[in-house]
Design a protein around this ligand. Structure first.
Ligand SMILES: Nc1ncnc2c1ncn2[C@@H]1O[C@H](COP(=O)(O)OP(=O)(O)O)[C@@H](O)[C@H]1O
Ligand SMILES: [Mg+2]
Length: 302
C-alpha cells in the first residue's frame, strides 16, 4: 500500500527528511511517532501528494503521489492536522455533497460513497446531523474531519494527530472507529499521535521518526521488549513496601520467593512500556547513539 525509499525533504537549506524508508501492507495500522518538528506532517503530506519531495522513491497504492490522478486520489482518505473550515455547512449536507464526488469511483467490492446516515452514526455525530459545522464542539469537529476523510470508503487512510484535544471518552470512541475501519473495511491506516498509549492500542506497527530518518520500526511489543531497560517489581514484606528495578523480572521474582517465601505479598511486576522505550530511543538518538539503537532494534523487526 505504501513504499518509501530514501525519501528526502529540504526546506530552504534545512534537511528535514534525510532518507526515510518504510512500507505498509494492506490492512495494517501504522503509528508514526516522533518529536515535534521531526517531519511527520511533511512525510504524510508527501504521501498524500500535497507536497513535492526533494528526492527518493515513493509509491502509494502503486502510484507516485506526485503523479496521482483523480482515480488514485479517490482511493485515499485524508484527515489533515489543521482544520479546514466549512463552518456554514450543515453536517449531513456537507457529507452528502462530498460523497457525491466519490460515486464514479465505486467498485463492485467497494461501494462509494459511504451511505451518509450510516457514516454519521459511525463517527458518532448522530445528534448533530442537522447542525451547522460552526456550532460543533472541538471533539465533534474532529469527528467531522474523520467523516470527511472516510466518506469515500478509502483503502488507505492518513490521520494526522486525529485525537489532539479529545476527551477520554471521545478518544475511546475514536479507537473503536479505527478498529472497525481496520477490521470491517480492511482499511490500511497511517496515523500520527503524541499519545503513546494510543499508539500501543491502535497500531500493528510503530515507526519512530527522528533526525530525519526512521530510527525504529516494529510492533509495540517488540519495541518495548528490545528497548526495555528494566521492569519494575513492587512487593510488601514485614509491613514495608519495596520497589526494585530488575533487568530480568522473572528471575528476580523467583529469587525473591526462594528467599522470603510466604513473607512476600502484594506483588506487582510492570514491564517497560512503549513510552519508556520511546523515551530511551529518542534520548539515545539525541545523545548521538541513535544509529546503534536503530541497528539493535532492526534486528528484531518482525
Ligand atoms: N512549508 C514549510 N516551509 C519551511 N519549513 C517547513 C515547512 N513545513 C514544515 N517546515 C519545517 O519542517 C520541520 C518538520 O515539520 P513537520 O513536518 O510539520 O513536523 P511534525 O509534523 O513532525 O511536527 C519543522 O522544522 C518545520 O518548521
Ligand atoms: Mg505535524
Amino acid at each position: 500500500m505504501i513504499e518509501v525509499r530514501g525519501l528526502r525533504m529540504r526546506y530552504g537549506s534545512v534537511d528535514v527528511l534525510k532518507g526515510v524508508d518504510f512500507e505498509a501492507r494492506r490492512g495494517e495500522v501504522l503509528a508514526l511517532l516522533g518529536p515535534n518538528g521531526a517531519g511527520k506532517t511533511t512525510t504524510i503530506e508527501i504521501l498524500e501528494g500535497f507536497r513535492m519531495r526533494s528526492a527518493g522513491e515513493v509509491r502509494v497504492l502503486g502510484v507516485d503521489p506526485a503523479q496521482g490522478d483523480e482515480r488514485w486520489r479517490a482511493r485515499l482518505g485524508v484527515v489533515l492536522q489543521s482544520w479546514r473550515d466549512h463552518g456554514k455547512w450543515k453536517v449531513r449536507e456537507l457529507l452528502d455533497n462530498l460523497g457525491r464526488y466519490y460515486a464514479p469511483y465505486s467498485t463492485p467490492d467497494r461501494k462509494r460513497p459511504w451511505a451518509v446516515d450510516d457514516l454519521i452514526e459511525t463517527v458518532g455525530l448522530g445528534g448533530q446531523a442537522g447542525k451547522k459545522i460552526s456550532s460543533l464542539s472541538g471533539g465533534q469537529r474532529r469527528r467531522m474531519d474523520v467523516a470527511i476523510g472516510i466518506v469515500g470508503r478509502p483503502e488507505l487512510l492518513f490521520l494526522d494527530e486525529p485525537t489532539a484535544g479529545f476527551d477520554p471518552q471521545a478518544r475511546r470512541e475514536f479507537h473503536d472507529l479505527v478498529h472497525r475501519l481496520s477490521d470491517l473495511e480492511d482499511t490500511t491506516i497511517l496515523l500520527t499521535t503524541h499519545d503513546l498509549d494510543e499508539a500501543e492500542k491502535l497500531a500493528d506497527r510503530i515507526l519512530i521518526l527522528a533526525g530525519g530518518a526512521i530510527i525504529a520500526d516494529g510492533s509495540a511489543d517488540a519495541l518495548s521488549y528490545r528497548m526495555s531497560t528494566n521492569s519494575e517489581v513492587k512487593w510488601r514484606r514485614d509491613g514495608q513496601r519495596f520497589v526494585h528495578s530488575a533487568p530480568e523480572a522473572t528471575r528476580f521474582v523467583r529469587e525473591l520467593f526462594e528467599q522470603y517465601g510466604e513473607g512476600v505479598s502484594d506483588l506487582e511486576v510492570r514491564r517497560a512500556s512503549l513510552e519508556d522505550a520511546y523515551m530511551a530511543l529518542v534520548q539515545q538518538f539525541e545523545s548521538g547513539q541513535g544509529g546503534t539503537a536503530a541497528r539493535e532494534f532492526k534486528e528484531v523487526k518482525r
